[in-house]
Design a protein. Structure first.
Lengths: 221, 185
């Protein structure tokens, strides 16, 4: 886990960024930050923090580590905001890039396998987190729906780590294939497309094995 | 990737983009492609129970970092004077420690220069005749007296000034200046 500095201490309130910042694009906010209006960076934080922490949680399956990594992602991004060159990569893509590197470092530190093994206990916890999973109070259709979602998530976790990564990034809003190529250090956009296609094919095979789809009906057999 | 896979890959990406935009599948996907997998995946990921819960702590850390970076943060200016003025202000703020050091060094240098100038001026104001008459013997004779830093030089005017014409403060000044005269001169 990354060190947490100052957690538990209530930081004095800063003047919040201008209300008009909410309408500005990321690039416009970054220009302001680079020109000295540092508090504007908080707008970028508010925009993207939930997604960065969610991404880290999906990758690490550890809420505490994900929180630390998401926090560290924004601290590092802030420290290097002056050297960020606008236009090379979208800022949300850059944040995912920083976050991914921290995740890789965390994995190396923890000496864990890149492929996260399926943890049935964690799976149960996730299912419990869903309101639809309250089997006593919901109709059968909704329970089945929740179970199908759990099956998909389980199938995703059976894929190799790089396949999981590209699938998770592909389903992130605002990330273009160019961004994903830079995050995953791919040579081109078409490399992203082909990798994603292969990863999805693998996922389809796992889902078929688990009986998620009616293979005969779908013509996949 | 085979050419048909290339097309299917493009189709898959476009479908994922549509799902992301619409928040779910806009139209039924053909079952013989990967599109239903994408639909199922989007459905599963959008309800996977991972909710961010460290935002307040992370924001506090970031606020601290911004404070440490900038010191007391002033509220943003209501109007921007211009990019040039903003950049100059930023440059000044970024290099403020260096600028402060340079100012201190400059003040120190000016002070040393003024003291040194005053010292030389005090030497120049002493009568020239006794100074001209300083021989090596006189200088060596004065050395012990200078070293002693006699607090009452006025009691020995004849020793410092054989002519007896100079006043006591002038003698003191001369004696001070003589410190810089080397016996080899």
């Amino acid at each position: 886990m990354l060190p947490v500095e100052g957690c538990g201490r209530a930081a004095p309130a800063l003047p919040s960024y201008k209300q008009g910042s909410m309408d500005l694009s990321d690039d416009e906010i970054l220009r302001r930050v680079q020109q000295g209006e540092r508090t504007e960076f908080l707008e970028l934080f508010d925009r993207y923090y939930p997604r960065i922490e969610g991404y880290a949680q999906r990758q690490l399956h550890n809420a505490e580590a994900a929180r630390d990594i998401a926090s560290e992602t924004f601290l590092r991004a802030y420290r290097h905001v002056d050297s960020f060159r606008i236009g090379e990569i979208s800022y949300v893509g850059y944040l995912f890039l920083v976050c991914r590197r921290l995740i890789l470092t965390e994995r190396q530190r923890a000496r864990s396998s890149p492929v996260v093994p399926w943890d049935p206990a964690q799976h149960e916890n996730l299912a419990e987190a869903e309101p639809q999973a309250d089997t006593a109070a919901l109709p059968l259709a909704r329970v089945l729906h929740a179970e199908k979602r759990a099956v998909v998530r389980q199938a995703l976790q059976q894929l190799p780590a790089d396949d999981q990564e590209i699938i998770l990034l592909a389903f992130e809003r605002d990330l273009s294939r160019r961004d994903i190529a830079q995050i995953l250090d791919k040579p081109s956009v078409s490399a992203v497309t082909s990798h994603l296609y292969r990863a999805m094919q693998k996922l389809k095979v796992v889902l078929l094995q688990q009986g998620y789809f009616d293979a005969t009906e779908a013509g996949w057999k | 990737m085979l050419p048909h896979e290339d097309e299917q890959g493009e189709g898959l990406w476009n479908h994922i983009e549509d799902i992301k935009q619409a928040g779910g599948p806009a139209r039924p996907a053909p079952l013989d492609t990967l599109l239903p997998v994408a639909d199922a995946l989007h459905d599963a990921l959008s309800s996977d129970g991972y909710l961010p819960n460290g935002q307040a702590q992370a924001r506090a850390r970031l606020v601290e970092a911004i404070r440490a970076d900038r010191g007391p943060v002033a509220p943003p200016a209501p109007t921007r004077v211009g990019q040039g003025a903003g950049a100059a202000g930023t440059l000044f703020q970024q290099h403020w420690p260096l600028i402060r050091l340079l100012i201190i060094l400059a003040v120190g240098a000016i002070t040393v220069y003024m003291v040194w100038t005053a010292y030389l001026r005090s030497c120049d104001h002493t009568p020239t005749q006794p100074r001209r008459s300083l021989s090596r013997e006189n200088v060596s004779a004065l050395q012990p007296v200078i070293a002693l830093q006699d607090p009452t030089p006025s009691l020995q005017p004849s020793y410092f000034d054989p002519t007896g014409t100079t006043s006591s403060p002038q003698i003191r000044a001369r004696g001070h200046c003589l410190k810089s005269v080397s016996p080899q001169d």
